[in-house]
Write a protein that binds this ligand. Structure first.
Ligand code: IMP
Ligand code: MG
Length: 169
């Protein structure tokens, strides 16, 4: 395992992202939707640095079928039924890879007619993109490596690492 982004670098970047978000929003309340499970650590650090009121929601996205990669056929499970019409939604995700998950979620959430819909991702692997989607806020762009830690897993392990590391075979 090779450390790629240290805990200190993550915290510094999370603080920068939060102040950018604080500056961009003039709304009183933001509805944060944390994408489970990977987004949980990033979301919990980020929202504690936001100035506005925050409602927190969780959404679990699972792909049908046995393949490990995103298939484009996804199902959604909301933590609680919530009225998102006219709300300012900020999606929080661990990593933007092919972009299929985020694109699917955005299309789904648009139907709820929110007042605004933005997304914030800790990591992005632009080399792997298969959609036109980009996040509004990106923590770090990384090369095409499989990474773990700070919420990201390999077979459900390593989510609790305070840093991001490349998993090497
Ligand atoms: P996408 O739909 O291809 O953008 O996939 C995004 C999801 O794939 C993320 O939410 C992660 O759960 C998972 N993923 C993609 N790359 C990695 C990685 O390097 N480590 C761990 N999970 C990853
Ligand atoms: Mg995930």
């Amino acid at each position: 395992m090779r450390k790629l982004i240290t805990a200190e670098q993550i915290q510094e970047r999370v603080a920068q992202l939060a102040s950018q978000i604080n500056g961009d929003y003039s709304t009183e309340i933001v509805d944060v939707i944390c994408i489970l499970k990977g987004g949980m650590i990033f979301a919990s650090d980020l929202i504690r640095r936001l100035n506005m009121h925050v409602r927190v929601h969780f959404i679990h996205v699972s792909s049908y079928g046995a393949q490990k990669q995103s298939l484009g056929t996804l199902s959604l499970h909301f933590s609680s039924p919530s009225e998102l019409k006219d709300r300012h939604i900020l999606l929080i995700e661990d990593i933007l890879d092919t972009g299929i998950t985020l694109e699917f979620l955005r299309e789904h959430l648009k139907q709820e007619e929110p007042a605004s819909l933005k997304s914030c991702v800790l990591l992005s692997k632009p080399a792997r993109r298969r959609t036109n989607i980009e996040a509004d806020y990106t923590g770090f762009e990384i090369e095409d490596h499989f990474v773990v830690g700070y919420g990201l897993d390999f077979n459900e392990l390593y989510r609790n690492l305070p840093y991001v590391a490349v998993l090497e075979e």
